[in-house]
Design a binder for this molecule. Structure first.
Ligand SMILES: Cc1ncc(COP(=O)(O)O)c(C=O)c1O
Length: 350
């Protein structure tokens, strides 16, 4: 079920890692069916979705907190600690939310291969929460299990963000939450990526029942709306969509890398464990490349804001999106004279 999902305004959207195969059909059906009932509060719907999610993730319903995206999950869990940590390069949401909550944020630098170069900082202690995305964004890579274990031993709480887990060879840390082996571990799973529901900004925070129970009263009354809950319920009723979408990404990801490597514009292209790839424009080619993509209305993400200057993060998109990206790359002037003549185009516009 691969359909064309070009944006209405004609852009190729390869910047935010959204579903390349559209919406889960049962999610759309439930939203449409529910349209005639949105004069009602979402009575019982949070419980229904939490139960479906518990079955899907093989945990108990009291271990699930449905949150308005990762941001709400971060906000809530920041209340458990006085200081936050996260890796650089890494997802900027952890630092942004720590700042918004008035909590200090300490970056953990990764080495040139985007891996930790030393054991976790000895300053990490019981009043700290460490945020780790596995696979990471923008690196798309995994962190060594032994390093994560060492973090879990030192930190008050470890928040493992498994937003990209379905695209990865990594085995989920949910096994430690399931068995109750680590009551200070919180795992976040998003409905935005493999579930194809970025538009509802919904996720699941999964942890020990007593921790979830402590966070629950911090929430507003009925914090997730009926439309989002129906969409999530539809997805969980037909979870085969997750396998379909992740299989598509695993197939298309290496193909996209090969196509990018064939272009003379990049000096490094890396496949990731997520639904995007990374490409580094060769010296001097970035201005012309950015200018051409802008002209052709192809959006990719400049990974500089995520601590990876010089790299582009490119989503695995539809075949049409990829064709459009490659055609645009083919139009980038490559002779030194032409590169110079477009060198003033605003790099970073994307
Ligand atoms: C590591 C990571 N976590 C979470 C998110 C967002 O998830 P959600 O849409 O569920 O808030 C992103 C999106 O880019 C991400 O890269």
């Amino acid at each position: 079920m691969v359909a064309a999902h070009a944006a209405a305004d004609g852009e190729a959207l390869l910047d935010w890692n959204e579903s390349p195969i559209g919406v889960p059909p049962q999610a759309a059906k439930r939203v449409i069916d529910a349209a005639h009932r949105i004069h009602r509060y979402p009575r019982g719907l949070m419980e229904e979705v939490a139960e479906l999610a518990a079955i899907h993730f093989r945990v108990e319903p009291d271990q699930i907190l449905l949150t308005a995206g990762v941001d709400e999950a971060i906000d809530l869990t920041l209340s458990l600690a006085s200081r936050a940590w996260g890796v650089r390069p890494g997802f900027d949401g952890y630092e942004d939310r720590a700042r918004a909550n008035g909590k200090p944020f300490r970056p953990i630098g990764l080495g040139p291969d985007w891996q930790p170069t030393a054991p976790p900082d000895q300053a990490i202690g019981t009043s700290d929460i460490v945020f780790l995305a596995v696979p990471g964004n923008p690196t798309g890579n995994l962190l060594p299990a032994t390093w994560i274990d060492a973090v879990r031993r030192s930190a008050g709480y470890t928040f493992v963000d498994e937003t990209y887990a379905e695209f990865s060879s990594h085995s989920s840390l949910l096994e430690y939450v399931r068995g109750g082996a680590d009551r200070r571990l919180l795992v976040y799973r998003s409905f935005s990526k493999a579930a194809g529901l970025a538009g509802i900004r919904l996720g699941c925070l999964i942890g020990a029942p007593e921790v979830i129970g402590d966070l629950q009263p911090l929430r507003r009354f009925m914090p997730i709306d009926a439309v989002s809950l129906h969409a999530a319920a539809g997805l969980l009723e037909e979870p085969e969509f997750l396998a379909e979408l992740s299989a598509y990404v695993r197939r298309a990801r290496p193909q996209l890398c090969s196509q990018l490597r064939a272009s003379a514009l990049f000096d490094d292209v890396r496949e990731s464990e997520a639904n995007f790839v990374l490409a580094r424009p060769a010296a001097g080619s970035a201005p012309a490349l950015f200018a051409q993509l802008a002209r052709d209305r192809v959006r990719v993400k400049d990974a500089a804001v995520l601590g990876l200057p010089g790299w582009l993060r490119i989503s695995v998109g539809t075949p049409q999106d990829h064709a459009r990206l490659l055609a645009s790359l083919g139009r980038v002037p490559t002779t030194p004279a032409l590169l110079t003549s477009v060198g003033t185009c605003p790099v970073g516009a994307f």
